[in-house]
Design a protein. Structure first.
Length: 276
């Protein structure tokens, strides 16, 4: 079997996905080290190891495992984050939080940023990468996610990022300085909807998905405990689920001077921001 024939085999086996060619190219580039430009006219014989890697990837994918976990990494903003079982996969809509924060702190010297429920660190570490003068605090409770958070911090040598293991609801944050911006992509799926999620999503940690009975537990905690840590003139920006923005604004009633709802490319309310 040639490399090209192996590519065609993989693509055919991936036909159940929404993007079989894209998935196959990712597998060849990231797992075999064969670039897209060297696939289509490649008549070299595939090695037994290459065949096994592709066959294993196909099996995992057919079992519903996300492509990102199979590859062990995923792009976010302009960085690539290590991911795997135990951590939420970075998603493109979350990049809006990074855009918002970088815009709000562009004229702030040595800004302080919190990334609550940090997961892989894709939000906070991206900001730390772009603003070397910033101090970014990344709060994460779960050991599975912390593993990748630490790997990603070390990967980009971000000495201005500090990882804190703790529970959003119970941590003593008195020693952390006031923040210019608090960011979070918290768990926001109502508990009753977890079982009905796509098969792929069930591979991700339920602790990164389950937001309580109505999906709003973490927003209540941030409004009650964390908003007091924002400097006057600072901001809070939170990712949310579809049609949750109205309830979140109600939760923060009386605690902000301005508010904004940012919609994603599907015109779904995705980010709620508050000026303090």
């Amino acid at each position: 079997m040639t490399v090209l024939e192996l590519f065609r085999y993989c693509k055919n086996e991936m036909s159940f996905t929404d993007s079989p060619e894209f998935d196959t190219i990712c597998i060849f580039e990231d797992l075999l080290g064969i670039s897209k430009s060297k696939i289509y006219f490649n008549d070299s014989v595939a090695t037994d190891e290459q065949i096994k890697i592709v066959e294993d990837a196909v099996i995992h994918r057919k079992n519903g495992e996300p492509l990102q976990y199979i590859l062990g990494k995923w792009d976010f903003y302009d960085l690539t984050f290590n991911v795997g079982k135990g951590v939420l996969i970075p998603r493109p809509e979350t990049e809006t939080l990074v855009d918002f924060a970088l815009e709000k702190i562009k004229d702030v010297k040595s800004p302080v940023i919190y990334d609550l429920c940090a997961g892989s660190g894709c939000i906070g570490l991206t900001i730390a990468h772009h603003r070397k003068d910033a101090k970014v605090y990344l709060l994460e409770k779960e050991d599975g996610a912390l593993k990748y958070l630490k790997i990603n911090k070390e990967k980009y040598n971000l000495g201005n990022a500090q990882i804190i293991q703790g529970d959003l609801f119970n941590i003593d944050f008195s020693q952390i300085p006031q923040a210019d911006v608090i960011l979070s992509n918290p768990p926001y799926i109502p508990a009753s909807e977890i079982d009905g999620l796509q098969k792929e999503v069930h591979f991700e940690p339920v602790t990164a998905l389950d937001g309580g009975i109505d999906g709003l537990d973490f927003y209540r905690c941030i409004a009650q405990k964390w908003i007091s840590k924002v400097k006057k003139g600072g901001y809070v920006a939170l990712e949310c689920g579809e049609e949750q923005s109205t309830d979140i604004i109600r939760i923060f009633d009386g605690k902000y001077s301005e508010k904004q709802v940012i919609y994603d490319f599907n015109n779904i309310d995705r980010i709620v921001t508050f000026g303090i």
